[in-house]
Design a protein around this ligand. Structure first.
Ligand SMILES: N[C@@H](CCC(=O)N[C@@H](CS)C(=O)NCC(=O)O)C(=O)O
Length: 304
C-alpha cells in the first residue's frame, strides 16, 4: 500500500488526529504542509480560472435565468407562450453547434437591445468590435445552426458564446472595465442585471395583445422607470469616492450598463430624467468618455 499523503497547515487543528492515528498505528504518513496564502492558490475555485471559462459559466447561468423567465411566463401567460417555452427548452438542450470562425465577431440585430452593452464596452476600451449585423429573415435562416438559437453571440477562436450580458462582462474583464474585487464585481453584476430587468419591461410594450402592450407602455413611466432611476440615483450618490461614477473612481461596466439601461427612457422622456441629477451627470460622463464619444457620434438612434 502506498504511503498516504496529508495536505494541511502546519498547525494541529483538523490534521492532528490523523497524525496521531498514524503514529499510534506506527504507519508512515507523508505530509504537505501549506501556508494560508498558497492554499488559497491551490484551492479549487467554483468559478472559471480564465476569462473565457468565466464567460462559458456566465452564459449557462444566464440561460438558467432565461428558462425561469419563460417558466414564469408559462404560469402567467397564454398557450402560445407555453408552446414557446417547450420549444425554447428543447432547442437550448439539443441545438446543433454552429459554423467555426476564427476571428472574434459578434452577431446581433441593428438594435441596441442585448448587443449594445458589448458595443459600449469595446468603444470605451478604444477597440473595434467586429460585428455581423443581421436582419430577421437572415437570422431565421442561421438560427437552426447556432448553439443557443439566440442572438447576440460572439465567436472567439472557433467557439460560439452566448448571452448578451455574459459577453459584455467578458469583454469588460478583458479590458479592465470590470471590478477589481469580488464585491465590486457583485456590485457591477447587480447593475448589469437591472439593465436586463428594464429591457424585459420595455420589450413587454412591443409584444402580446394590444391590451398587454398598452398596460406595459403605461407601467414604464408610472412604475418601472421611477423605481429604477431612483435606485441608480441613490447608488451613484452612495459611492464613497464621489467620482460621479457608480463604483470606485473610474468608469466600469456598471456605468455603461446604467447608460444603456436608461437610454430608451432618456430618448422618450428627457424631462423626466432631469429629476435624477446624479444619473444625468453620469450619463454625460459616459457619453463624453474617449471612445464612447466617437462611437455615439455615428450611432443611429433606435427605439430599443
Ligand atoms: N438572455 C439572452 C436572451 C437572448 C434573446 O432572447 N435574444 C433575442 C434578441 S434580443 C433573440 O434571439 N430573438 C430572436 C429569436 O428568438 O429567434 C441574452 O441576454 O442574450
Amino acid at each position: 500500500m502506498s504511503v498516504p499523503k496529508l495536505t494541511y497547515f502546519a498547525i494541529r487543528g483538523r490534521g492532528e488526529l490523523i497524525r496521531l492515528v498514524m503514529a499510534a498505528a506506527q504507519k508512515q504518513l507523508d505530509e504537505v504542509k501549506v501556508d494560508f496564502a498558497s492554499w488559497e492558490e491551490m484551492k479549487p475555485s467554483l468559478y472559471g480560472s480564465t476569462n473565457l471559462e468565466c464567460l462559458m459559466i456566465d452564459q449557462i447561468v444566464q440561460l438558467k435565468e432565461d428558462i425561469l423567465t419563460v417558466e414564469i411566463d408559462t404560469v402567467l401567460g397564454s398557450d402560445q407562450s407555453k408552446i414557446r417555452f417547450i420549444h425554447f427548452t428543447l432547442t437550448c438542450l439539443f441545438g446543433n453547434s454552429g459554423p467555426i470562425m476564427s476571428k472574434p465577431r459578434m452577431t446581433y440585430f441593428k438594435y441596441r437591445g442585448r448587443g449594445e452593452l458589448s458595443r459600449l464596452v469595446m468603444a470605451a476600451a478604444g477597440k473595434e468590435l467586429d460585428q455581423r449585423i443581421v436582419d430577421v429573415p437572415t437570422w431565421l435562416k442561421m438560427k437552426p445552426n447556432t448553439f443557443f438559437q439566440r442572438v447576440p453571440f460572439i465567436e472567439i477562436d472557433g467557439q460560439e458564446y452566448f448571452q448578451g450580458n455574459a459577453i459584455a462582462t467578458y469583454l469588460a474583464r478583458e479590458n479592465g472595465l470590470y471590478g477589481s474585487t469580488n464585491l465590486e464585481c457583485l456590485m457591477i453584476d447587480q447593475i448589469v442585471q437591472m439593465k436586463e430587468d428594464i429591457l424585459l419591461e420595455e420589450i413587454k410594450s412591443f409584444v402580446g395583445s394590444d391590451d398587454q402592450k398598452d398596460q406595459a407602455a403605461k407601467d414604464l413611466p408610472e412604475v418601472v422607470y421611477p423605481r429604477v432611476m431612483q435606485i441608480f440615483e441613490r447608488l451613484i450618490q452612495q459611492n464613497p469616492s464621489k467620482s460621479g461614477f457608480v463604483i470606485g473612481n473610474k468608469m466600469t461596466l456598471a456605468d455603461l450598463a446604467i447608460f444603456e439601461g436608461t437610454q430608451s427612457c432618456y430618448q422618450g422622456n428627457p424631462r423626466f430624467m432631469s429629476n435624477f441629477p446624479e444619473l444625468m451627470k453620469l450619463r454625460q460622463k459616459v457619453a463624453e468618455a474617449d471612445g464612447v464619444r466617437q462611437y455615439l457620434a455615428t450611432r443611429k438612434q433606435t427605439g430599443i
